[in-house]
Design a protein around this ligand. Structure first.
Ligand SMILES: O=C(O)CCC(=O)C(=O)O
Ligand SMILES: [Fe+2]
Length: 254
């Protein structure tokens, strides 16, 4: 089995061209010929948090919560509204990705080939996504006493020919990550496109999850998993709910 190497040391990336109010991602490419057309409705300026609100208590059945505890993983499909999904897909195409790193500055693309960008408040859709994930974390705190204090997420793009070998999101000696959640952005993904997430559950059973759009896979961060080599570009948002955090903002907003 591949040696487990920390991927926790990549959170200090500098945003050099932030997506923000002056630089909004658009649903359609900018065209100088159309500069005088008011295309505000096409941009994500129009997005609102309400587009991303999910009633997680309704979305997740008690059976699924039990499965998360017993087996260590679950899948939820058709998570967000069409608007929210489109916005996340659009934003994922505007992100300036950087090579993900394993340890201080070292890239080993045959272990981990994704290119990433951490989501900050400078992102539109991504930031709303993270707020919605915090609401899900609050549900896990209430119903499972998960003790989550903070969430983090990054957009990820695996170029064709790359994957991510077997690992746990809590490498040896670390336990800050409680729950991992990966949201997928890929339309019309088929088995021949590769890129499945393989996961070994708490009983040692092996599962394979296709990275299809609007799917959220949620799993115990201690579980072993890998991303098979993708044969076309594979887009996702990798998300972690953590027990550390200087600001317990989840509790504050409840
Ligand atoms: O994209 C996926 O399916 C999983 C990604 C992953 O395991 C990670 O980023 O740690
Ligand atoms: Fe992982």
């Amino acid at each position: 089995m591949t040696k487990i190497i920390s991927n926790l040391n990549v959170t200090k990336l500098v945003v050099d061209h932030p997506i923000g109010p002056d630089n909004p991602p658009r649903f359609t490419p900018y065209s100088p010929n159309c500069a005088d057309i008011d295309d505000k409705s096409l941009s994500q300026d129009a997005l609102q948090m309400s587009d991303f609100e999910v009633c997680w208590a309704d979305k997740l059945t008690d059976k699924q919560l039990d499965q998360l505890v017993d087996d260590g993983w679950i899948v939820i499909d058709e998570v967000f509204t069409h608007t929210a999904l489109l916005a996340l897909q659009a934003e994922s195409g505007f992100v300036q990705y950087r090579d993900a790193e394993l340890t201080a500055g070292v890239r080993i693309s045959d272990i981990r080939g994704d290119r990433i960008r951490w989501i900050t408040k400078n992102f539109f859709a991504g930031f709303y996504y993270l707020q919605s994930i915090n609401a899900l974390a609050a549900l896990f705190n209430q119903s499972l006493f998960a003790g989550i204090r903070h969430s983090e997420a990054h957009y990820a793009c695996y170029p064709a020919g790359f994957g991510y070998q077997w690992h746990s999101d809590n490498p040896a000696g670390r336990d800050e990550r409680v729950i991992s959640a990966v949201f997928y952005l890929n339309d019309e993904w088929t088995a021949s496109d590769g890129g499945a997430l393989e996961i070994i559950d708490k009983h040692g059973s092996h599962h394979s999850v296709m990275p299809v759009a609007n799917r959220l896979v949620i799993f115990d961060s201690d579980l072993q998993h890998q991303v098979q080599i993708a044969h076309r570009q594979r887009y996702s948002i990798a998300t972690w709910m953590r027990r550390d955090g200087l600001v317990p903002f989840i509790e504050d907003s409840m």
